[in-house]
Design a protein around this ligand. Structure first.
Ligand code: HEM
Length: 148
């Protein structure tokens, strides 16, 4: 590890995943029993890796002609951590997210209500959230006859 992606550290008071002794990394002193996380936000917004990192642009993960997923770029997104303590649920999570999203997108059509807008300003926390949005609507793509 040992690169700037690790900084700044989140210090928390969980007893798991903590430093077993005091140490120094890239000039930062880290006391014993400090819970350390990778700063995934920094990696996923690194301008050296991503063009306009702040822009929501799912097409960035497609090949130039838009017909294939660009796996190489997809693998640069850091979602499941790194190293010894990386997520052990990654495979389950990837399948869950895939099934959940594809089922929703297949069955429902999402849109912003007339006159509404979506504010993607992130709310900071251990994980980023968006602001509550009340201007979304979801309509069934294939309404089932006879079902209320
Ligand atoms: C989209 C869903 C998920 C995301 C984004 C995610 C992300 C992460 C990340 C970033 C870490 C590392 C935290 C660190 O740096 O210490 C982690 C650890 C972990 N995750 Fe996940 N995770 C997800 C789903 C799951 C699922 C479904 C399971 C279990 C079935 C799971 C089990 C764990 C466990 C047990 C650890 C701790 C590993 C260790 O400390 O050795 N995660 N996860």
């Amino acid at each position: 590890i040992g690169n700037s992606c690790l900084l700044p550290f989140f210090v928390c008071f969980l007893r798991e995943s903590v430093t077993t002794k005091a140490t120094a990394l890239n000039g930062y002193y880290i006391p014993k029993d400090t819970c350390v996380f990778i700063n995934q936000w920094q990696v996923n917004h690194d301008e050296k890796l991503w063009k306009d990192p702040e822009t929501f642009n799912p097409e960035r993960f497609l090949s130039a002609d838009g017909t294939k997923v660009n796996k190489e770029d997809g693998e640069k997104v850091l979602a499941f951590g790194l190293g010894k303590r990386r997520c052990i649920g990654e495979n389950i999570a990837r399948w869950q997210v895939f099934l959940f999203l594809t089922t929703l997108l297949q069955q429902l059509e999402f849109s912003v209500c007339e006159g509404g807008s979506v504010d993607m300003t992130p709310l900071y926390g251990l994980s980023l959230k968006h602001k509550r949005c009340e201007h979304f609507q979801a309509r069934q793509r294939f309404p089932t006859k006879g079902r209320s």
